[in-house]
Design a protein around this ligand. Sequence first.
Ligand SMILES: O=C(O)c1cc(=O)[nH]c(=O)n1[C@@H]1O[C@H](COP(=O)(O)O)[C@@H](O)[C@H]1O
Length: 260
Amino acid sequence: MKGRKSEVIIALDYENSDLAWSFINHLEDSYSISRMDRKTVKPWLKVGMQLYYAAGPAFITDIKEKGYRVFLDLKLHDIPNTVKGAAQSITQLGVDMFNVHCSGGSRMMEAALEGIDKGLSSRSISSTSSTDATPLLIGVTQLTSTSKAMMNEEIRIIGELEDSVLHYASLTKNSGLSGVVCSPREVELVKSKLGMEFLTVTPGIRLSKESQDDQVRIMTHLEAQQVGTDYMVIGRAITQAEAPLEMYQRIMKELESGLG
Ligand SMILES: O=C(O)c1cc(=O)[nH]c(=O)n1[C@@H]1O[C@H](COP(=O)(O)O)[C@@H](O)[C@H]1O
């Protein structure tokens, strides 16, 4: 929704848990310095494949215990039965959001939802997790590193990128998921066709257009908020900054004043 602050999800793309904890501990220190109210919500942290495969499920439960909201980004893509099992295990970890590739199809996405239900019921029997809320399940449309030429020539999906993103987003919505990962450039299209309540989670955020790295479909954080994204995922702009915590705080301030 335009005029509303987007949530920032910090992508903890670190090699190991020590490096991730070093950043998190800086965040924690900033809270104690600012005497953060107990009710103040801590930011979202995204744990992707690199860190999860290095640090394992214990890292997820540890950051949940500290009160962070967690997006586990493993981009599930397999046969429905396997994805159902994975979704069950992920739900038992107590994460707040996770994702599947839309290209796995509607049956696979529905199976992930079934896995969530199973995970929630077994969690209530032996609850070791710190949250009991149903995680948001999000479908990855076209990766933000994908260009039209790559989609047409390598993946062999013909037509415009926006059409493919919208097609996958409709499939995702019809399968009962909460929203999609897409680039901020497609947020307005997705929202206009599928409704404001259908969530958009957008990586491909760059503070300036000069440093694209491997991302193709990008926008700045201020532009992404302007087009009404619900969640923006920011990795290297924060984690590879000289002073990551200060960079995160600067981004939050700019987003706040971007509303004014
Ligand atoms: O699902 C994701 O989070 C994701 C999907 C996508 O299409 N593009 C994308 O960049 N991501 C993730 O978002 C993060 C972006 O990182 P930076 O490019 O460093 O900001 C990485 O952790 C990616 O794995």
